[in-house]
Design a protein around this ligand. Structure first.
Ligand SMILES: Cc1cc2nc3c(=O)[nH]c(=O)nc-3n(C[C@H](O)[C@H](O)[C@H](O)COP(=O)(O)O)c2cc1C
Length: 185
């Protein structure tokens, strides 16, 4: 099994990546091969709306997302992680999601094989766990509708500001690890 992490936080030592790595570590414990893509360290543009991908089977742009799309196609599980910035996922994650337009056909049917397992990791400064529920649900809806993924869990760290603070929440850390361990169950 192969599980990839896609991190939309620019802070590699941040709370989002801590939780993403917990899930990946859990998956690795069960024998999965894992790899992490840090979107902030990659060079890519947003979707150009050129529709090349509707007449061809891939995106016209050739940049750092080309390799990520290849990995996505062969992955069995994907962990998407982003903090909330101004009430949404980060721009890095948003640009990536727009580029996933090349993963759907002209009739909006998914090109990816159905059934990949997905986990959504979110972090936010606001202490109210319900504050951005709609953002996580919307993201989950997009990846289940257009990438045919089975969203196994959405894990949100709330009230965190300093990088890595979430490590102090042993319950959430354990939940993330267990999600990884049980990803294919
Ligand atoms: C530019 C920016 C905008 C943010 N906007 C929000 C927000 O709208 N709501 C919120 O609850 N937290 C907001 N935060 C706080 C982050 O979501 C929070 O600190 C999160 O834990 C950061 O994740 P990271 O440690 O993985 O980078 C913002 C942080 C930054 C830097």
């Amino acid at each position: 099994m192969k599980v990839i992490g896609i991190v939309g936080s620019p802070r590699t030592n941040g709370n989002t990546n801590v939780l993403v790595q917990q899930v990946l570590e859990g998956a690795a414990e069960t024998g999965a091969e894992t790899r992490t893509f840090f979107l902030n360290e990659m060079n890519y543009k947003g979707c150009q709306g050129c529709n090349y991908c509707k007449a061809n089977d891939s995106c016209k742009l050739e940049d750092d997302l080309t390799e990520l799309f290849d990995e996505l196609a062969s992955a069995d599980g994907v962990v998407f992680g982003s903090p909330i910035y101004f009430g949404q996922f980060t721009g890095q994650m948003r640009l990536f999601l727009d580029r996933c337009y090349s993963l759907i056909n002209a009739d909006f049917s998914p090109r990816l094989p159905a059934g990949k397992k997905a986990v959504i990791i979110g972090t936010q400064g606001a202490p109210d766990a319900a504050a951005f529920k709609g953002v996580f649900a919307e993201f989950g809806g997009q990846i289940s509708n257009f990438m045919c993924m089975d969203v196994k869990d959405t894990i949100v760290g709330v009230g965190y500001h300093a990088p890595g603070e979430v490590k102090g929440d042993s319950e959430l850390m354990e939940r993330a690890k267990n999600t990884g361990i049980n990803l294919f169950n």
